[in-house]
Design a protein around this ligand. Structure first.
Ligand code: 13P
Length: 248
């Protein structure tokens, strides 16, 4: 069985005042039965990790460089995230792939760097609307998994997030059947590649997850949690999602 994870992606949102939301979330779940992580913008990683010290809520980054250090202006290495107090990092988010031209090969290099630094890598995959309408969803997701993940993995250090690009921030959610189809196929592809270890890889769904739809999504086979954008910014919203995952 894969462990369950509720992950919040704050994207380019949040100031120091927003740390109160992170603390409120931690106060709401002093002893959760699922893993919880918030991934704020880089400017807040260190202060959030400090604010959440001693709580059950972890802190993560939203990207890292594939190199350990060096002349890479504006970038953040996995080692720097660890030094700031992060335990997780989101990699290969569709917004990074679209805005910064990140390829599967680059995401793989970043994943290797993150795991080497001791971080848990949350690796994102997902099809565009055009790819879904062309009937290419499973092939696209399989190819992204194949290209974005190392050949040898530590199952405790990798999380997969399936985020259909067309469902992100749009309020549109695939049907439960569509989510189930992709998650079951991802598990099969990962089992072919990694054997028994694939059973313990958490497979998150992401894209317009809200407190109102979370329970239905978490009831789908092979869905082990969620990667949440907008609804992770407020503790009141994200708490409903975490609670639904605990009850799933
Ligand atoms: P929304 O939950 O805002 O749709 O964002 C999903 C996402 O991209 C999380 O990484």
């Amino acid at each position: 069985m894969a462990r369950k994870l509720a992950a919040g992606n704050w994207k380019m949102n949040g100031t120091r005042a927003s740390l109160a939301e992170a603390k409120a979330l931690a106060d709401a779940f002093p002893t959760p039965s699922v893993d919880i992580v918030l991934c704020p913008p880089t400017t807040l990683v260190a202060s959030m990790a400090t604010a959440l010290q001693g709580t059950a809520v972890a802190t993560g980054g939203q990207d890292c460089h594939q190199n350990v250090s060096g002349a890479h202006t504006g970038d953040t290495s996995a080692e720097l995230l660890v030094d700031a107090g992060a335990s997780h990092v989101i990699l290969g988010h569709s917004e990074r792939r679209a805005d910064h031209g990140e390829t599967d090969a680059l995401v793989r290099a970043k994943t290797e760097a993150a795991v080497a630094a001791g971080l848990i890598a949350v690796v994102c995959v997902g099809e565009t609307l055009a790819e879904r309408e062309a009937g290419e969803t499973l092939a696209v997701v399989r190819a992204q998994l194949q290209g974005s993940l190392p050949d040898a993995i530590d199952a405790a250090k990798i999380v997969i997030a399936y985020e259909p690009v067309w469902a992100i921030g749009t309020g549109k959610v695939p049907t439960l059947e569509q989510i189930g189809e992709v998650h079951t196929d991802m598990r099969a592809a990962l089992s072919d590649r990694y054997g028994q270890d694939a059973q313990s890889l958490p497979l998150l769904y992401g894209g317009s997850v809200k407190p109102s739809n979370a329970a239905d999504i978490f009831a789908v086979a092979d869905v082990d949690g969620a990667l949440v954008g907008g609804a992770s910014l407020k503790a009141a919203d994200f708490s409903g999602i975490v609670a639904a995952l605990q009850e799933a």
